[in-house]
Design a protein around this ligand. Structure first.
Ligand SMILES: [Cu+2]
Length: 245
């Protein structure tokens, strides 16, 4: 009976942790893979704490259920127990802090020589992608969301700002979000690792058409990227999907 109860608990734990881990997209950039490690570690730590807490609630209900008028052992203090339940959470927090700090340093690191740069400006209610040194200037509208084109396996510096209110640049497939603030330049690097098209959204309520403030990111090979640059270099594009071909 006890072994079947244990195997049921173990099965539930595996099922829930498995669901949690696989519910998160794999992440299509080098930075996303680092962030994903954070997510997995935090999920497992949360599950560990949940199992301990629910165990401490449920096990006494079974073990100490009333069988007679006899009381279980009564005591007021248990110094060893108090030290244990102080030190273990402290250790968990220290380890989570250290892992987060290490991964944040990696994700926020700016390459001294990025392969390219894109100036991203958020505005009510779309996005402008400008490729410095070129006339490529992709301006979207709520009805025609713009497309950002990035080369795979190369680092692109994104300089993000806003021309009016606060917005947030969010690409779920990259597991990445950063605020776009008027008068502030937020710089970060993206190094895509998978070819594909990824949906992006504004993640900061910014007014009437906030819900329509989407964009997409297309990750292409270097050869396709060069072709796209050549095709677009001499023209300014307005309200386009930025269609590489
Ligand atoms: Cu917005």
């Amino acid at each position: 009976m006890r072994s079947s109860r244990l195997s049921l608990s173990a099965g539930l734990l595996l099922a829930t942790s498995g669901c949690g881990v696989y519910a998160l997209p794999p992440g299509a950039t080098m930075q996303a893979q680092v962030l994903r490690q954070d997510w997995i570690v935090f999920t497992l730590a949360g599950l560990f704490v949940a199992v301990v807490v629910f165990g401490l609630i449920l096990i006494p209900l079974v073990v100490w259920r009333r069988r007679s008028d006899e009381y279980p052992p009564q005591f007021r203090r248990n110094t060893k127990l108090e030290i244990t339940y102080t030190i273990i959470p402290l250790l968990i927090v220290i380890v989570l802090f250290a892992i987060t700090y290490r991964n944040e340093v990696i994700v926020k690191h700016l390459s001294p020589r990025p392969a390219g740069t894109v100036e991203v400006t958020a505005f009510q209610w779309s996005w402008r992608f400008h490729y410095p040194g070129t006339t490529i200037n992709i301006v979207g509208t709520p009805q025609a969301p713009p497309q950002l084109v990035l080369p795979i396996d190369e680092t692109t510096r994104i300089n993000l700002t806003s021309s009016d209110v606060n917005h947030a640049f969010w690409i779920p497939g990259f597991l990445f979000k950063r605020d776009a603030i008027a008068g502030v330049k937020n710089s970060f690097d993206l190094r895509p690792t998978r070819v594909g098209v990824y949906l992006g959204r504004c993640a900061e309520f910014c007014g009437l058409d906030h819900a329509l403030m989407s964009f997409s990111v297309r990750v292409v090979s270097r050869a396709d990227y060069n072709r796209w640059l050549r095709a677009r270099r001499s023209s300014t594009i307005s309200s386009t999907k930025g269609g590489a071909s």
